[in-house]
Design a protein around this ligand. Structure first.
Ligand code: MN3
Length: 381
């Protein structure tokens, strides 16, 4: 049976790799694609995959694209309404959410309400609105297939085992490009230094998040919601070569791990074709060359992303929303070289400090808290 899919963020790192996987394996019809503003690439994708809908967040760019694709049957839509139309499109049964940041919340929420299964590559949605999203997932009876490599690994380890047999989730981390450095050495690092990730080839935001260990913090919260495990039962383990993608310790003491070369196409393939495993071309693990896999504890005194995420998650309610929104804007400012690397932590800590938690926030409250957090940060940095 051919699956129909909408890809939100088809021109980004995960989006393009998803199209690579579909091109290689086949059996999936891409019926909607969306982009922020990269219409050059989106046009190529329209001509190759012939989706029914293509939406561009930037309205002016959407107009240009419409002109350029006059000869195609694809409907060109624009703005958040266009992205949501792609997310709830009748024909699709699965929505891959590979947009970056909390812009993913609204379309993901609408897709769930429309009964679509979600291939989740947008972790910020679960961090910012985890309770709301998981309640909707249960209410509308849809499934979430994790695309994030760690969560895909956990999901793979859980096959044949129910979540109530989990004792601990062992979430692995590479430690990022600044592993081993102290705060003094991090003061003057630039975005270009952070963008040299040792193992994974990723988008800019997740690469900076990986350098600050904010990414691992976001992933702890993502794991908590996806697998229903409380924070005391999630341990972060640094495994610098990213060979083990994560592990699950069960109640009887058995530990299951998923290993592989660091290649995002594998978790993408698993989420798209689950429960099947399709042939994927690519490098395989060679244990003759590998020899050893080493482990370390994360440096939580230097890289505050992790302890701050734990703190935000424990406070709960709207606090993770503030944590996520503050990080998002701080990363943007760091990429623009308006602030230093350690200011990212400062901005998040101060934003959380001044926030009064709202319990069980509704969607409108979450969006308002984000907005308010942005405005406060903009007025100070
Ligand atoms: Mn990850």
């Amino acid at each position: 049976m051919v699956k129909n899919i909408s890809i939100l963020g088809s021109t980004g790192s995960i989006g393009t790799q998803t199209l690579d996987v579909i091109r290689e394996i086949g059996g999936i019809n891409v019926c909607a694609v969306t982009a922020n503003n990269n219409i050059e690439l989106l046009e190529k994708q329209i001509r190759e995959f012939k989706p029914d809908i293509a939406a561009v967040m930037d309205c002016e760019k959407a107009e240009i694209l419409k002109e350029r694709t006059k000869d195609c049957k694809t409907d060109i839509l624009s703005g958040m309404d266009g992205i949501i139309a792609a997310a709830v499109y009748d024909k699709s049964d699965t929505v891959l959410t590979s947009v970056v940041g909390n812009i993913g919340i609204l379309p993901t929420f609408e897709a769930i309400k429309a009964g679509k299964d979600i291939a989740l590559a947008n972790k910020e949605t679960l961090v910012s609105a985890g309770e709301l999203i998981m309640n909707a997932v249960n209410k509308y009876g849809v499934k979430i297939y994790p695309v994030d490599s760690e969560h895909s690994a956990i999901f793979q380890c859980l096959q044949g085992n129910s979540e109530n047999k989990i004792r601990r989730i062992l979430l692995t981390a590479s430690g990022g490009p600044f592993r081993g450095r102290n705060a003094e050495e991090l003061k003057n690092v630039k975005a270009s230094d952070a963008l040299k990730h040792p193992n994974w080839n990723m988008g800019k935001k997740v690469t900076i998040d990986s350098a600050s260990l904010m990414n691992k913090g976001l992933e702890v919260i993502e794991a908590k919601w996806l697998f229903g495990v409380d924070l005391d039962h999630i341990q972060v383990v640094v495994q610098p070569k990213s060979i083990i993608h994560s592990m699950v310790e069960f109640k009887d003491g058995a530990v299951m791990a998923q290993l592989g070369t660091p290649d995002m196409r594998l978790p993408i393939q698993y989420a798209l074709y689950y429960p099947e495993r399709r042939y994927l071309d690519g490098e395989r693990l060679d244990f003759h060359k590998l020899k050893e896999i080493t482990f370390e504890d994360p440096d939580m005194d230097t890289f505050l992303g992790l302890p701050m995420a734990m703190d935000a998650a424990r406070k709960g309610g709207s606090m993770p929303t503030v944590f996520n929104a503050a990080n998002e804007l701080a990363v943007k400012k760091f990429l623009q070289e308006k602030i230093g690397f350690l200011d990212i932590y400062d901005i998040i800590a101060q934003s959380m400090e001044r926030h009064t938690v709202i319990r069980n926030p509704e969607l409108e409250e979450i969006l308002a808290v984000e907005d308010e957090t942005y405005k406060w940060i903009e007025s100070r940095w």
